[in-house]
Design a protein around this ligand. Structure first.
Ligand SMILES: NC(=O)c1ccc[n+]([C@@H]2O[C@H](COP(=O)([O-])OP(=O)(O)OC[C@H]3O[C@@H](n4cnc5c(N)ncnc54)[C@H](O)[C@@H]3O)[C@@H](O)[C@H]2O)c1
Length: 344
C-alpha cells in the first residue's frame, strides 16, 4: 500500500484552513507539501499555522516546483472546473469541495478529464461520512423504517458567507453554497433521484448587511417530488442569528428516523428556574461536522493508497448541481421545474 500521500491544498480560506487542520492532526498517512492561494495574507496565515513551506499563487507553479499525488480544492465555485481539470491533466487525484461546479457542462468536463487521466475524483459531501448520517443510511438501507416516504432537512448557518458566495453568477447562491449538502443527503437517504422541485426565496437581511448582488436571498424553501414517488422539503437560512443548525427527519412506511439535534454539547445548566434549562448550540459548521471532515479526507487518502474509487464522486456532485439549477430556475420563473428540463 502506498504510504505518505503528498497533498497540495488549493485555497487557504475558511475551508482550506479547516481541511488543513483535519489532515495535519488526524490523517497521518497524508502530508501537505504545498499550498496554493493568490491571497498573500491568507496563504501565509494558513501556511504558518500548519507548517507548509511551499506556497504558490497558482496551481501551475506548484506542479512545476513540487511533487505531489493529489489536490484538495477549497476555492470559490467559479474556479472549480478549471482547477480540477488542470490538476487531473497533470495526473493528480482530485478532492473537490461542493458545489462541484456552476453548470452541468462544467461537471461533465471535470468527470471526463478525471476519467481520461485515470485519477480519482471525490466530492466534499462530508455528511456522507458523519457518523450519525452513516448510521442512518445503514438503517434505512436495512429496511428499519420501511420504504422512505418523506424527508425533511434543514441547514441554517450563522455567518454571512464570503462576498463571492452571495453572487448568483459566481456561486449559484445559497441553494448551492449552503444547501448543496441537503440536495445530496436527501437524494442519498431517500434512495431516489429528484423528479420535480419548487422553490421559494426571501431576502430579510441583505439590506442590513449591505449585500449588493442581484437576486440575493437569505432564506429558501424547497419542495421535492422524488422519482420514487416520495416527497421532500428542505430549508436554508444564512445568516441566521442563533447558531449552526443541520438536522434531518425521514419518515418511512414503518417508522421515523431523526438525525441530529440543535444541542451542540451534552450539557445542561439551570441556575434560574424562570429562565429554565440552558444548553449550548453548535456555533459553526467546522464544529458540527468535525468528524465528517476528518473521515472524508481520510477516505480520500485511503482510496489513493489502495487504488480504490472514492464512494462519493462526480455523479453525486452533478446531481446536486442539477438540483441547484432546477431550484434556481423555479424561484426565478415562479413555477415547479422538472429535472428533465435541466438534464436535457
Ligand atoms: N463542505 C463544507 O461544509 C463547506 C463549508 C463552506 C464552504 N464550502 C465550499 O468550499 C469552497 C471554499 O469556500 P470558503 O468558504 O473556504 O471560501 P473562502 O473565500 O473563505 O476561501 C477561498 C480561498 O480560495 C482562494 N482562491 C481563489 N481563487 C483561487 C485560485 N484560482 N487558486 C487558489 N486559490 C484561490 C481565495 O483567495 C480564498 O482564500 C467553496 O466551494 C464552498 O462552497 C464547503
Amino acid at each position: 500500500m502506498k504510504q505518505d500521500i503528498k497533498l497540495c491544498m488549493i485555497g487557504a480560506g475558511r475551508v482550506g484552513k479547516n481541511h488543513s487542520r483535519a489532515i495535519t492532526r488526524h490523517v497521518p498517512a497524508a502530508k501537505i507539501v504545498a499550498l496554493v492561494d493568490p491571497a498573500v495574507e491568507i496563504i501565509n496565515e494558513t501556511g504558518d499555522e500548519f507548517g507548509v513551506e511551499n506556497r504558490f499563487d497558482s496551481l501551475e507553479q506548484a506542479v512545476e516546483k513540487v511533487d505531489f499525488d493529489a489536490v484538495v480544492i477549497t476555492t470559490p465555485t467559479f474556479t472549480h472546473k478549471s482547477l480540477a481539470c488542470t490538476a487531473a491533466n497533470h495526473g493528480k487525484h482530485v478532492f473537490l469541495e461542493k458545489p462541484m461546479a456552476l453548470s452541468l457542462e462544467e461537471c461533465d468536463e471535470i468527470i471526463k478529464t478525471c476519467e481520461d487521466n485515470q485519477v480519482f475524483l471525490q466530492l466534499g459531501f462530508m455528511r456522507r461520512f458523519e457518523p450519525e448520517f452513516v448510521e442512518a443510511a445503514k438503517r434505512i438501507q436495512a429496511g428499519e423504517i420501511g420504504v422512505p416516504m418523506f424527508v425533511k432537512s434543514l441547514t441554517h448557518g450563522p455567518g454571512l458567507p464570503p462576498a463571492w458566495a452571495s453572487d448568483l453568477k459566481r456561486s449559484n447562491g445559497m441553494l448551492a453554497e449552503v444547501n448543496s449538502h441537503d440536495w445530496d443527503a436527501t437524494r442519498w437517504l431517500m434512495g431516489s433521484d429528484y423528479l420535480r422541485v419548487y422553490t421559494e426565496v426571501a431576502n430579510f437581511k441583505g439590506e442590513r448587511f449591505n449585500v449588493q448582488t442581484p437576486d440575493f436571498y437569505d432564506n429558501v424553501l424547497v419542495s421535492i417530488k422524488f422519482e420514487s414517488g416520495g416527497l421532500g422539503t428542505f430549508s436554508g437560512i444564512c445568516p441566521c442569528e442563533y447558531g449552526y443548525d443541520a438536522r434531518m427527519e425521514i419518515v418511512g412506511d414503518k417508522g421515523i428516523l431523526q438525525i441530529g439535534e440543535m444541542k451542540g454539547q451534552a450539557i445542561l445548566t439551570c441556575t434560574n428556574r424562570d429562565q429554565g434549562l440552558i444548553t449550548p448550540i453548535y456555533r459553526t459548521w467546522p464544529q458540527r461536522f468535525a468528524w465528517g471532515y476528518i473521515y472524508e479526507l481520510e477516505h480520500f487518502v485511503e482510496c489513493i493508497q489502495k487504488g480504490e474509487q472514492p464512494k462519493v464522486g462526480g455523479e453525486e456532485g452533478r446531481w446536486a448541481v442539477a438540483g441547484v439549477l432546477a431550484g434556481t430556475r423555479s424561484f426565478q420563473e415562479e413555477r415547479p421545474v422538472y429535472l428533465k428540463e435541466i438534464l436535457n
